[in-house]
Design a protein around this ligand. Structure first.
Ligand SMILES: [Fe+2]
Length: 247
């Protein structure tokens, strides 16, 4: 191998190493045609192939369940998962694919929790999101119901809620009562704007988070992530004990 080849290999090895330490991604939209993520099976397969090449070994995909825009059910998601797994086997993708959901925080979600009709990942974790624009008003009730039912709440992309920008106090308060906080890796690239990037960095600096996820909807997201593998924040993430590792 020539000198150039040697350096090239070193660089690509380093790149692959940073992100592959995470191994597991717990937030994405990869079931074709049921939300605003992958639109076709071909797109799903391309995304999973890319995840594999980035060093991931397990993907937990989390389609939206949000009325009326994405009226998905557990059955719809699990049957979609089955179809994708068949296709993965046909094309030789070996990473593990599982599915949960990203629930939108409203009364219908609370009803599902009460009926124990909730898709979970890992050790009974449940991923849900708030409105980006309006602060939630009965979240304490939901947290209590979830915890009482034996679920572990995970709030999706805390740094993206506009009404919390500039303060991570709520994340600190909620974590104290057993709620997990998830950060989107894409926030660190500035993809959603500089204020959101700053908010994500504040959570990381204070170590007030539990999971990180790609929230991948399309190839652009993984390309951005790949280009940002050497961000200083990613190196910091590797130094923390992320729950991703135990999923
Ligand atoms: Fe999402």
């Amino acid at each position: 191998m020539g000198l150039f080849g040697f350096f090239k290999q070193q660089t690509s090895n380093k790149k692959a190493l940073d992100i592959s330490k995470l191994k597991v991604d717990m937030h994405s939209h990869l079931i074709p045609g049921i939300d605003d993520g992958a639109k076709s099976m071909d797109e799903t397969i391309a995304l999973l192939t890319k995840f594999e090449s980035l060093g991931y070994s397990k993907i937990i995909t989390t389609p939206h369940i949000k009325n009326p825009s994405y009226p998905n059910t557990s059955a719809i998601i699990l049957s979609g998962l089955n179809e994708v797994r068949k296709e993965m086997e046909a094309v030789g993708i070996t990473l593990t694919l599982e599915a949960a959901a990203e629930y939108y925080f409203d009364e219908t979600f609370l009803e599902k929790v009460k009926n124990l009709d909730v898709l979970t990942f890992g050790d009974n974790y449940v991923l849900f999101e708030f409105s980006f624009y309006h602060a939630p008003s009965f979240e304490e009730v939901l947290f209590d119901e979830l915890i009482k039912a034996g679920y572990k709440p995970v709030i999706a992309h805390f740094e993206r809620y506009l009404y919390f920008l500039g303060s991570i106090e709520k994340a600190v308060e909620w974590r104290k009562r057993g709620v997990n906080i998830q950060i989107n890796l894409l926030s660190l690239t500035g993809h959603y704007g500089m204020e959101i990037k700053k908010q994500a960095e504040m959570l990381i600096d204070a170590c007030e988070f539990d999971f990180v996820g790609s929230d991948c909807h399309r190839m652009e997201h993984l390309t951005l992530l790949e280009e940002s593998l050497n961000l200083p924040q990613l190196e910091k993430l590797n130094n923390y004990l992320l729950k991703n590792k135990f999923l």
